[in-house]
Design a protein around this ligand. Structure first.
Ligand SMILES: C[S@@+](CC[C@H](N)C(=O)[O-])C[C@H]1O[C@@H](n2cnc3c(N)ncnc32)[C@H](O)[C@@H]1O
Length: 209
Protein backbone atom coordinates (compact mmCIF):
# COMPACT_ATOMS: atom_id res chain seq x y z
CA UNK A 1 0.00 0.00 0.00
CA UNK A 2 1.32 3.43 -0.85
CA UNK A 3 1.89 5.91 1.95
CA UNK A 4 -0.11 8.60 0.10
CA UNK A 5 -3.45 9.68 1.51
CA UNK A 6 -6.36 9.37 -0.91
CA UNK A 7 -8.40 12.58 -1.12
CA UNK A 8 -12.13 12.30 -0.39
CA UNK A 9 -13.88 12.19 -3.82
CA UNK A 10 -16.29 15.08 -3.22
CA UNK A 11 -16.82 15.36 -6.98
CA UNK A 12 -18.12 11.79 -7.28
CA UNK A 13 -21.85 11.13 -7.44
CA UNK A 14 -21.29 7.59 -6.07
CA UNK A 15 -19.57 9.10 -3.03
CA UNK A 16 -22.63 11.23 -2.25
CA UNK A 17 -25.14 8.43 -2.94
CA UNK A 18 -23.28 6.19 -0.52
CA UNK A 19 -22.89 8.90 2.10
CA UNK A 20 -26.58 9.89 1.98
CA UNK A 21 -27.70 6.25 2.29
CA UNK A 22 -26.72 6.37 5.96
CA UNK A 23 -26.13 10.03 6.94
CA UNK A 24 -28.55 11.98 9.14
CA UNK A 25 -29.33 15.63 8.22
CA UNK A 26 -26.16 17.64 8.20
CA UNK A 27 -25.30 21.22 7.24
CA UNK A 28 -21.99 22.02 5.64
CA UNK A 29 -20.18 25.25 6.54
CA UNK A 30 -22.92 27.41 8.06
CA UNK A 31 -26.53 27.12 9.20
CA UNK A 32 -29.42 29.40 8.23
CA UNK A 33 -29.25 31.11 11.65
CA UNK A 34 -25.69 32.26 11.03
CA UNK A 35 -26.34 33.67 7.53
CA UNK A 36 -29.91 34.89 7.54
CA UNK A 37 -29.20 38.49 8.64
CA UNK A 38 -26.69 38.78 5.79
CA UNK A 39 -28.99 37.20 3.19
CA UNK A 40 -32.35 38.72 4.01
CA UNK A 41 -31.56 42.02 2.18
CA UNK A 42 -31.22 39.91 -1.01
CA UNK A 43 -34.34 37.82 -0.40
CA UNK A 44 -37.22 40.18 -1.11
CA UNK A 45 -40.80 38.88 -0.80
CA UNK A 46 -41.02 38.74 -4.61
CA UNK A 47 -37.95 36.50 -4.98
CA UNK A 48 -39.87 33.23 -4.62
CA UNK A 49 -39.67 30.55 -5.78
CA UNK A 50 -36.05 30.26 -4.67
CA UNK A 51 -33.81 27.72 -6.39
CA UNK A 52 -31.65 25.76 -3.91
CA UNK A 53 -28.90 23.81 -5.66
CA UNK A 54 -26.90 20.90 -4.23
CA UNK A 55 -29.29 20.79 -1.27
CA UNK A 56 -28.01 17.48 0.13
CA UNK A 57 -29.60 16.66 3.50
CA UNK A 58 -29.13 20.22 4.76
CA UNK A 59 -31.94 21.73 6.85
CA UNK A 60 -31.54 25.12 5.11
CA UNK A 61 -34.79 24.99 3.11
CA UNK A 62 -36.75 23.77 6.15
CA UNK A 63 -35.35 26.53 8.36
CA UNK A 64 -36.00 29.16 5.67
CA UNK A 65 -39.60 27.90 5.50
CA UNK A 66 -39.87 28.20 9.27
CA UNK A 67 -38.80 31.85 8.76
CA UNK A 68 -41.57 32.57 6.25
CA UNK A 69 -40.09 31.61 2.85
CA UNK A 70 -42.41 29.05 1.33
CA UNK A 71 -41.58 28.13 -2.23
CA UNK A 72 -38.11 26.65 -2.43
CA UNK A 73 -37.16 24.28 -5.24
CA UNK A 74 -34.43 21.97 -3.96
CA UNK A 75 -32.13 20.15 -6.36
CA UNK A 76 -29.46 17.50 -5.96
CA UNK A 77 -28.05 14.84 -8.27
CA UNK A 78 -28.33 12.19 -5.56
CA UNK A 79 -31.65 10.35 -5.96
CA UNK A 80 -31.18 8.86 -2.52
CA UNK A 81 -31.05 12.23 -0.73
CA UNK A 82 -33.92 13.70 -2.75
CA UNK A 83 -36.15 10.73 -1.82
CA UNK A 84 -35.12 11.00 1.84
CA UNK A 85 -35.79 14.75 1.98
CA UNK A 86 -39.19 14.24 0.30
CA UNK A 87 -40.11 11.70 2.95
CA UNK A 88 -38.72 13.82 5.81
CA UNK A 89 -40.87 16.81 4.83
CA UNK A 90 -44.00 14.95 3.68
CA UNK A 91 -45.49 14.71 7.19
CA UNK A 92 -45.46 18.46 7.91
CA UNK A 93 -47.97 20.65 6.10
CA UNK A 94 -45.91 23.81 6.35
CA UNK A 95 -43.34 22.13 4.07
CA UNK A 96 -45.96 21.38 1.40
CA UNK A 97 -44.56 24.01 -1.00
CA UNK A 98 -41.03 22.63 -0.91
CA UNK A 99 -40.15 20.85 -4.16
CA UNK A 100 -37.44 18.15 -4.32
CA UNK A 101 -35.90 17.36 -7.70
CA UNK A 102 -33.08 15.24 -9.05
CA UNK A 103 -30.92 17.10 -11.58
CA UNK A 104 -27.27 17.59 -12.42
CA UNK A 105 -26.35 21.27 -12.01
CA UNK A 106 -23.43 20.96 -14.42
CA UNK A 107 -25.39 19.28 -17.21
CA UNK A 108 -29.03 20.27 -17.35
CA UNK A 109 -31.17 22.38 -15.04
CA UNK A 110 -34.20 22.35 -17.35
CA UNK A 111 -36.15 20.05 -14.92
CA UNK A 112 -36.51 23.06 -12.57
CA UNK A 113 -38.29 25.22 -15.15
CA UNK A 114 -41.86 23.94 -14.57
CA UNK A 115 -41.60 25.02 -10.92
CA UNK A 116 -40.29 28.55 -11.66
CA UNK A 117 -42.24 31.82 -11.80
CA UNK A 118 -44.47 32.66 -14.76
CA UNK A 119 -41.45 33.72 -16.84
CA UNK A 120 -39.83 30.28 -16.27
CA UNK A 121 -37.03 31.92 -14.27
CA UNK A 122 -35.71 32.13 -10.72
CA UNK A 123 -34.75 35.53 -9.33
CA UNK A 124 -32.59 33.89 -6.66
CA UNK A 125 -30.50 30.72 -6.76
CA UNK A 126 -28.68 29.69 -3.61
CA UNK A 127 -26.07 27.00 -3.06
CA UNK A 128 -24.05 26.13 0.01
CA UNK A 129 -20.74 24.41 -0.68
CA UNK A 130 -21.84 23.09 -4.08
CA UNK A 131 -19.25 25.25 -5.87
CA UNK A 132 -16.61 23.98 -3.39
CA UNK A 133 -17.67 20.43 -4.17
CA UNK A 134 -17.62 20.64 -7.97
CA UNK A 135 -14.34 22.57 -7.92
CA UNK A 136 -12.68 19.48 -6.36
CA UNK A 137 -13.05 17.55 -9.59
CA UNK A 138 -12.08 20.36 -11.92
CA UNK A 139 -9.18 19.59 -14.22
CA UNK A 140 -8.45 23.24 -14.93
CA UNK A 141 -10.06 24.54 -11.73
CA UNK A 142 -12.77 26.44 -13.57
CA UNK A 143 -14.48 24.35 -16.26
CA UNK A 144 -17.02 22.87 -13.83
CA UNK A 145 -17.77 26.27 -12.32
CA UNK A 146 -18.23 27.74 -15.80
CA UNK A 147 -20.54 24.88 -16.77
CA UNK A 148 -22.61 25.47 -13.64
CA UNK A 149 -22.73 29.24 -14.25
CA UNK A 150 -24.12 28.52 -17.74
CA UNK A 151 -26.78 26.19 -16.31
CA UNK A 152 -27.82 28.61 -13.56
CA UNK A 153 -27.94 31.50 -16.04
CA UNK A 154 -30.25 29.42 -18.26
CA UNK A 155 -32.96 29.57 -15.57
CA UNK A 156 -32.40 33.14 -14.32
CA UNK A 157 -33.49 36.52 -15.70
CA UNK A 158 -31.08 39.42 -16.24
CA UNK A 159 -30.23 40.79 -12.76
CA UNK A 160 -31.02 37.39 -11.16
CA UNK A 161 -28.92 36.62 -8.07
CA UNK A 162 -26.74 33.59 -7.44
CA UNK A 163 -25.89 33.36 -3.75
CA UNK A 164 -22.90 31.11 -3.21
CA UNK A 165 -21.84 30.10 0.31
CA UNK A 166 -18.28 28.83 0.34
CA UNK A 167 -15.22 28.08 2.43
CA UNK A 168 -13.03 29.61 -0.28
CA UNK A 169 -11.91 33.21 0.14
CA UNK A 170 -11.44 33.66 -3.59
CA UNK A 171 -13.79 33.50 -6.56
CA UNK A 172 -12.80 33.88 -10.20
CA UNK A 173 -15.15 35.83 -12.52
CA UNK A 174 -17.86 33.53 -13.90
CA UNK A 175 -19.64 35.08 -16.91
CA UNK A 176 -22.44 36.01 -17.26
CA UNK A 177 -22.29 36.83 -13.54
CA UNK A 178 -20.54 39.72 -11.85
CA UNK A 179 -19.66 39.80 -8.19
CA UNK A 180 -21.66 42.46 -6.36
CA UNK A 181 -20.85 41.54 -2.76
CA UNK A 182 -18.56 39.28 -0.74
CA UNK A 183 -19.49 38.89 2.90
CA UNK A 184 -17.15 37.15 5.36
CA UNK A 185 -19.00 35.27 8.10
CA UNK A 186 -17.14 34.40 11.27
CA UNK A 187 -17.43 30.67 11.91
CA UNK A 188 -18.65 29.97 15.43
CA UNK A 189 -16.00 27.79 17.13
CA UNK A 190 -16.74 25.77 20.21
CA UNK A 191 -13.98 25.26 22.76
CA UNK A 192 -11.55 27.61 21.08
CA UNK A 193 -8.31 28.17 22.92
CA UNK A 194 -7.60 31.85 23.75
CA UNK A 195 -5.70 33.43 20.85
CA UNK A 196 -6.88 30.84 18.29
CA UNK A 197 -7.22 32.48 14.86
CA UNK A 198 -10.66 33.50 13.62
CA UNK A 199 -12.04 31.39 10.78
CA UNK A 200 -14.35 32.82 8.13
CA UNK A 201 -16.55 31.40 5.42
CA UNK A 202 -17.85 33.60 2.63
CA UNK A 203 -21.15 34.59 1.04
CA UNK A 204 -20.70 35.57 -2.60
CA UNK A 205 -23.52 37.55 -4.18
CA UNK A 206 -23.33 37.26 -7.96
CA UNK A 207 -25.67 39.00 -10.38
CA UNK A 208 -26.48 37.97 -13.92
CA UNK A 209 -25.51 40.66 -16.44
C1 LIG B 1 -20.74 19.70 0.27
S1 LIG B 1 -22.37 19.06 -0.01
C2 LIG B 1 -23.35 20.43 0.53
C3 LIG B 1 -24.76 19.98 0.89
C4 LIG B 1 -25.66 21.11 1.41
N1 LIG B 1 -25.79 22.18 0.45
C5 LIG B 1 -25.16 21.66 2.72
O1 LIG B 1 -24.80 22.84 2.77
O2 LIG B 1 -25.14 20.93 3.70
C6 LIG B 1 -22.48 19.16 -1.78
C7 LIG B 1 -23.81 18.69 -2.34
O3 LIG B 1 -23.83 18.94 -3.74
C8 LIG B 1 -24.38 17.82 -4.42
N2 LIG B 1 -23.81 17.84 -5.78
C9 LIG B 1 -22.52 17.72 -6.14
N3 LIG B 1 -22.38 17.85 -7.46
C10 LIG B 1 -23.60 18.05 -7.97
C11 LIG B 1 -24.10 18.26 -9.28
N4 LIG B 1 -23.30 18.26 -10.35
N5 LIG B 1 -25.45 18.45 -9.43
C12 LIG B 1 -26.27 18.45 -8.35
N6 LIG B 1 -25.86 18.24 -7.08
C13 LIG B 1 -24.54 18.06 -6.90
C14 LIG B 1 -23.95 16.62 -3.57
O4 LIG B 1 -24.78 15.49 -3.81
C15 LIG B 1 -24.11 17.20 -2.17
O5 LIG B 1 -25.42 17.07 -1.71
Amino acid sequence: MSGRTKAVPFDSKEYWEDRFSHEEPFDWLLTWDSIRDHLQPYLSPSCEPILHLGCGNSLLALQMTDCGYRKIVNVDYSTCVIEKMKQRTAMTRRYDDLVWLTADCLQDLSPVRPFAGTDGCYRVAIEKSLTDCIACGDDDALSHQRAMATQIASVQPTDGLWISISFSNHREPLPPYRLIDKIPVLVPQENDKPGAPDIYYYLYILQKK
